[in-house]
Design a protein around this ligand. Structure first.
Ligand code: NA7
Length: 545
């Protein structure tokens, strides 16, 4: 074992790549085991998603009292959440506090990206290279690279010639932006666009929203938390965290559904949905009934209800129709939650451009040319999403056994055994990787689960004198088949979305997250551990002296 926690060392036990929730906890947890750990982070601070996505209006769509770590009672007792759904600055402050409180920050090198890593089977070690040219050897690589990290920019003719300001939602500057009096165009009406649009509309003299696909969005009804709510949760954190761990989505605030919406009459359904609409949030709806994602008739009830709300809210009929999603079941793309999104289209300065009818011909130095002429703008905002789940991993040049490249392996199907280990890439662990609940769960619960699993696997290896563990290819294939089988029984597969890679030109089409639930997944992981790392090939430690 190397010198514990020596950040100057060129050889450590573990390299952790990324310093969001996953990286910070992994650094803390594995260094607490006595391993020497070094973290690398491209940004200048911890936070990951909550460091990069600092656009106006950025907030979480999971409730604050759920979206937090349970591993330290001191941390959960000390932290004060302000709102039902936290804003980006508050989540960023929280993860900074966790990094300081645990001491993880001192083991992380910032503004340093890992560019490549390769495995040497003779030594059972990885060699990791950073963009500063440094080489680090380590036994374990933990990919805490995040699921929504690698931003996508549209490939538009003439984009390079544009002379105005350009922003991507996920690469927002640290300095405050001010769009007062400016003509702004925004591309993208996913979760990020839906949050940005009402904020920018308050400042801009003109806002053009370029929409390719209309999205379902529900009101967040965000509000400050009361001290009584906070105190109740504080008192019961241990039970609530346990409840979250056993919950299909990994949350404690909303119990699991037990009945079908089809048991209700049409009138009862509307009455119930109206109540949920007032409560706000998307899980309020999604956790109420068992069959929204399993039965097209159930799904249509909710989709029709939301479409009727859009028509009631948006004054201009043509705009309202264009905003009504009609090409995918509700929930098959992530449902947005918003604050005044549809209402924004009633403002005189806001104009929706339906790209299906009015595509972009080219970008010019002055603005955006559609077939109906040039729209001059001072600012273009891209809220065009990510090469999700796999993108942040495959953008690193990763070489496993026998020269196998991870990007090549995943070009056909992004396979990982139990969503965490990739065959032929021994001792490399992908936190919330493909085939784990990841983005179809409360990310913080899933991150804790994976970090603790990695810690347990390493503990097992140390106890049994193992130098490497590698996912068995057959076990990996069986797991991916199972993930697909579970998804194919749902309506999640009935859309072109970033869940299945459809948003990235040329990317393999596979439904990537495990949608069988955090609870089911937990049982599978426990069975794997109880069966002595079933599905892993175990190699004894090669003595290097
Ligand atoms: P999303 O959900 O991937 O949304 C991206 C949006 O950008 C979506 O509306 C896309 O339309 C649109 N898009 C992408 N490329 C283009 C081009 N070339 N032209 C026009 N419009 C385009 O990313 P977000 O950042 O909003 O949210 C990601 C997740 O973060 C979210 O689900 C939460 O979990 C948090 P499309 O639907 O592909 O037609």
């Amino acid at each position: 074992m190397n010198m514990p926690n020596d950040t100057r060392s060129r050889s450590v036990d573990v390299v952790v790549i990324g310093a969001g929730f996953a990286g910070v906890y992994a650094v803390h947890r594995l260094s607490s085991r006595g391993l020497s750990v070094r973290g690398f982070e491209a940004g200048s601070d911890v936070g990951g998603t909550w460091y990069w996505n600092r656009y106006p209006g950025a907030r979480c769509d999971v409730e604050s009292l759920d979206y937090s770590f349970g591993f330290s009672d001191k941390i959960q007792q000390n932290w004060d959440w302000g709102h039902r759904y936290s804003f980006q600055p508050s989540i960023h402050q929280y993860i900074s506090y966790v990094a300081d409180e645990t001491g993880a920050r001192s083991l992380i090198e910032f503004e340093t990206s890992v560019v490549s890593q390769s495995y040497d089977a003779q030594t059972q070690h990885w060699t990791v290279k950073t963009d500063k040219g440094e080489l680090i050897t380590c036994r374990y690589c933990v990919m805490a690279t995040g699921n929504l990290t690698a931003p996508l920019y549209p490939d538009m003719t003439g984009l390079d010639t544009y002379a105005g300001e350009k922003y991507h939602s996920s690469r927002w500057p640290k300095e405050p932006t001010d769009f007062t009096g400016k003509r702004v165009a925004i591309f993208g009406t996913g979760a990020s666009g839906v949050q940005i649009i009402p904020e920018v509309a308050k400042e801009a003299s003109k806002l053009y929203v370029f929409q390719r696909t209309a999205n379902f969005s529900l009101p967040a009804r965000n509000r400050p938390l009361t001290s009584a709510e906070i105190e109740t949760v504080r008192k019961h954190y241990p039970e609530l965290r346990d409840k979250a761990r056993q919950h299909v989505f990994g949350i404690h605030s909303t119990p699991e559904p037990t009945r079908s919406v089809l048991e209700l009459s049409e009138e009862e359904t509307i009455e119930q949905f109206e109540k949920f609409w007032e409560i706000g949030g998307s899980l309020t709806f999604q956790m109420a009934f068992t069959d929204f994602m399993r039965d097209e008739r159930a799904n249509k009830r909710l989709a029709d209800f939301v479409r009727s709300k859009i028509r009631q809210t948006v004054n201009d009929r043509k705009t309202a129709e264009a905003l009504c999603p009609n090409d995918h079941p509700i929930g098959a793309k992530r449902i947005c939650i918003d604050t005044g999104y549809f209402e924004t289209y009633n403002l005189p300065q806001v104009e929706l451009i339906n790209l299906r009818e009015r595509p972009v011909v080219r970008i010019t130095p002055k603005g955006i040319e559609t077939k109906e002429g040039l729209l001059e703008v001072d600012v273009i905002i891209f809220a065009t999403g990510f090469d999700a789940i796999t993108g942040a991993v495959t953008r690193i040049d990763i070489t496993g056994r026998n020269g196998l490249k991870l990007a090549q392996k995943w070009s056909e199907r992004p396979a990982a055994y139990m969503g965490i280990a990739v065959a032929n890439f021994p001792n490399m662990f992908v936190i919330t990787g493909p085939g784990s609940p990841s983005v179809k769960s409360n990310m913080v619960t899933s991150i804790e689960q994976h970090v603790e699993l990695i810690d347990d696997i390493i503990g097992y290896m140390q106890k049994h004198g193992l130098g490497a563990v590698d996912a068995d290819e057959e076990a990996e294939n069986d797991w991916v088949d199972y993930v697909n089988e579970v998804a194919n029984k749902t309506l999640f597969v009935k859309s072109d979305s970033w869940y299945n890679g459809a948003n990235v030109p040329g990317k393999a089409r596979n439904f990537v997250p495990f949608v069988g639930g955090v609870n089911t997944y937990r049982l599978a992981l426990e069975a794997m551990m109880q069966n002595n790392l079933k599905g892993f090939i175990k190699e004894p430690l090669i003595n290097q002296s």
